[in-house]
Write a protein that binds this ligand. Sequence first.
Ligand code: HEM
Length: 532
Amino acid sequence: MPSANNTSTVFAAAGAAAAGVNDHWPAIVASSVFIAFTLIAQYFFKVDPLAGIPVVGQGGKGSRRRQFVKQGGAWKLYREGYEKFKDGLFRITTARETESIIVSPKFLGELRKLPDDVLSFSASVTESLQSKYTGVKADLPHVTETVKSSLTPALPRLNLEIHREVVDSMRLELPQSSTWTDINLNSKLLRIVAMASGRVFVGPELCRDEGYLDAAINYTIDLMIAVHVVAFMPVWLRPILGPIIPPVRKLHRRVKEADEFLRPVVTARREAEQLPGYKKPDDMLQWIMNSQEKFGLKDDKELALNQLGISFAAIHTTTMTTTNSLYTLAAMPEVVPMLREDVEQALAGSDGVFTSLAMQNMKKLDSFLREVLRYYPISTSSFQRKVLKPFTLSNGTTIPAGIIIEIPAAGVSGDPSIFPDPEVFDALRFYKLRQSKSEANSGIKAAETVANSQFVSVSASSLTFGYGKHACPGRFFAANEIKMIMATILLHYDIKLPDGVTERYPNLQMGAQSLPDPKKLISIRKREDAAA
Ligand code: HEM
């Protein structure tokens, strides 16, 4: 409450101010008019920093956004942009608030050198996941570091365990009868991939636990639902409703549940550490526990968040790629004998054991899988980064802060000047490239061609796994897991399209993504001459 003294001071000050205004009102009016005019002029005459970059799509922003979100619309826009401006830049209005500039891959060399405070991977993911409202932390640098420094180097010693889990989970999930049975392949693969990945992510105690499997498979789906619901809200309503809508609250429950199933395992491991001769498990959960202090993860709840983060990055991406591959294989029975022989030959050199070398030697299978990535790109764009500070490209174009840049990955995959006859699915395209180039060239050039033509390749023409320092660190693990599943199918099962289906199932295009139709059936039977 103001005192009487204070009150009179306030009145005195107000009186003085009023007298001042009376004295100076012409000047005040003049400067107000000037400020208003400047603001209006700035609005109408301001130089749009993106003005020089052509726009793809018809009409204003709202209409272009509608073209983007309608079925197949985004793919059409990116294709049109690539055909017209493939060596330069073009603009697209996506479902996000921020405008996207699509940049030719020829600039990748210079883009990759820009630091994270100029071109940010995590700011782009944060925006895509609506993290402000969903509360999902997009930036989990210790997951990336652990995949790079612990998981990938561990693959040669873990392959045996992973393969065992692949075979066991396939026995559990797939029909074991020698008569043809129709199955929903995608849902089976989700569980197989979650179990085999779980063997490495959370260890043998949990990898077949239904609570873990539910989280590993469905957290991603719940997150995508929450992101979509938020994206459809008016921007002003998001801060008010975003954090409390049921799909977002479900995500919080998921974290709590993951914490509940992980904690007993974490506690048991900590207690066991006190016992003499205890050998720590060799899995992601343990590697992160070992580095908890270094990473500053004080609360064990962070372990749950990390597990959900890695499931998000790994399970659906690997499953979609395997489903794409098996839908293709089922529609191309003519390539089966050749791939089967490739797998048998590679395994003959390792007494049937799935060593890293044996999987590297499955070169025709690798080529088939690489062609699946090219022919069925899971996203029309790659290398999405948010621009935090303006920078200038070598062609003189300045890219302003606050927008997203992307590389047109699907345009590249379908470009006849890069891949001759791109409309043909050629299972041996990359195998032939590796063979012919390594015969024609020698030394560094041959090594480069071999490195650019593999499933795990990352280059200006291989963009499935991104590019630069944030390129997917999990691709080596994914490659091994997918090869193990494909090889096991080739050796121990027959697959085909169900009776009456004559063509490979078309993929579904949703926004910038393309996914194998998860509802489709595939016929499968156990091979009589093979014992898994
Ligand atoms: C076929 C399966 C997969 C595909 C297609 C895929 C694709 C991608 C892509 C496109 C990116 C962004 C790269 C960029 O923008 O430059 C990425 C990042 C990432 N991926 Fe994968 N991924 C797959 C499997 C996996 C697996 C199995 C793991 C874990 C074991 C994993 C862990 C990660 C992580 C941690 C990042 C973030 C990298 C960073 O923070 O720098 N991914 N992935």
